[in-house]
Design a protein around this ligand. Structure first.
Ligand SMILES: Cc1cc2nc3c(=O)[nH]c(=O)nc-3n(C[C@H](O)[C@H](O)[C@H](O)COP(=O)(O)OP(=O)(O)OC[C@H]3O[C@@H](n4cnc5c(N)ncnc54)[C@H](O)[C@@H]3O)c2cc1C
Length: 301
């Protein structure tokens, strides 16, 4: 990797964890302007407007209330917002579909507490014929995620999970999810897998394609969460009939338009909320060239 990018990535990931700096920047108008590309806005009505616009352009949408690890009242408020999002989507004629991070609804307080908050969101989803995807996070949270999602699914809740191709455990995880009829979003993985990783990017890509093949052989709904055209071009006709591509809001809009034109169903994962600092910095770290867009927006071009 280019040494400038490597340095930028390290600095950006460090900055993403600088909570005090984040709180400060999040309050400023120039800060909000700089992340407009990746984040739909601060409030539910604005997020719903953005989702309606995406729907008019031929996409489906998953909304995500941005938030990092929370407990207590702030985890309650995150969970209440996820439910409010589902209701607002239904009221606006959108498909009610949200993603949730278990750490944001109090995984730090234990499985039972997080599962209870998730169940409130799932009950709302069930009431509006919606769906909730539980995002995959750090390696040390994956066992808890699987336990909580499996219990919710066994109780008949409309819940799905995420499998990260960069983890050695993912083949076995996928088999368990398939056996429990849990819909899967397949991604490369955004978190450092440490010693449990499959290796460099080529190995991750090969693992992704092997897991994709296994999913295509099932009759579960499939979501391929990737912007990698080379991977997408290898997925084949059966994948296109059975699955959808999911892309992050503000990333590879050219690809999104092209996939729709080629007959793919495309869902845009659209985050919103005032706590946009860590998420946006992670997106910039994935591709430091994004900094160029941010700097341009700051000088108003
Ligand atoms: C809908 C969705 C949901 C996700 N959910 C999770 C989750 O629950 N858990 C998890 O660990 N990870 C999740 N991820 C992140 C994922 O794991 C990867 O970190 C991320 O998608 C980059 O990998 P890639 O497959 O796009 O391939 P890459 O090889 O990283 O990228 C392929 C190409 O896409 C473009 N690209 C990728 N990222 C960016 C960016 N930030 N800005 C501009 N261009 C970019 C570049 O052109 C790049 O060459 C999700 C991703 C998506 C799309």
């Amino acid at each position: 990797m280019n040494p400038f990018f490597a340095l930028s990535r390290t600095v950006l990931l460090r900055m993403s964890r600088a909570a005090a700096l984040g709180r400060l920047v999040q309050r400023t108008a120039w800060g909000r302007r700089s992340v407009r590309r990746f984040v739909a806005g601060d409030t539910i009505p604005v997020a719903v407007e953005v989702a309606l616009d995406l729907k008019r352009r031929g996409f489906t949408v998953t909304l995500d209330r941005l938030g990092e690890a929370s407990t207590g009242a702030s985890a309650d408020s995150y969970a209440a917002d996820a439910s409010a999002l589902l209701t607002a989507q239904a009221a606006a004629g959108l498909e009610p579909n949200v993603s949730v991070k278990l750490t944001a609804i109090g995984l730090g307080e234990g499985n039972a507490v997080a599962a209870a908050r998730l169940d409130r969101i799932l009950a709302t989803a069930q009431g509006v014929n919606g769906f909730v995807r539980v995002d995959a996070e750090y390696p040390n949270s994956l066992d808890q995620m699987h336990e909580i999602v499996a219990a919710a699914r066994a109780a008949g809740r409309p819940v799905g999970a995420v499998v990260q191709a960069n983890m050695q455990r993912s083949g076995a995880d996928l088999e368990r999810l398939i056996a429990a009829s849990i819909p899967v979003r397949l991604v490369k993985g955004a978190y450092d897998p440490g010693a449990e990783g499959v290796g460099e990017m080529e190995a991750v890509n090969a693992a992704y394609l092997a897991l994709a093949e296994r999913l295509i052989a099932t009759n579960l709904p499939i979501a391929f969460g990737t912007h990698d055209d080379r991977i997408i071009s290898k997925l084949g006709a059966a994948a296109q009939t059975r699955g959808e591509i999911q892309l992050l809001y503000g990333v590879r809009s050219d690809l999104a338009e092209r996939l729709v034109a080629n007959g793919w169903r495309v869902r845009i994962y659209t985050p919103y909320g005032p706590d946009w600092w860590p998420y946006s910095l992670r997106r910039m770290a994935e591709r430091p060239a994004n900094l160029r867009f941010v700097l341009r927006s700051l000088v108003g071009r």
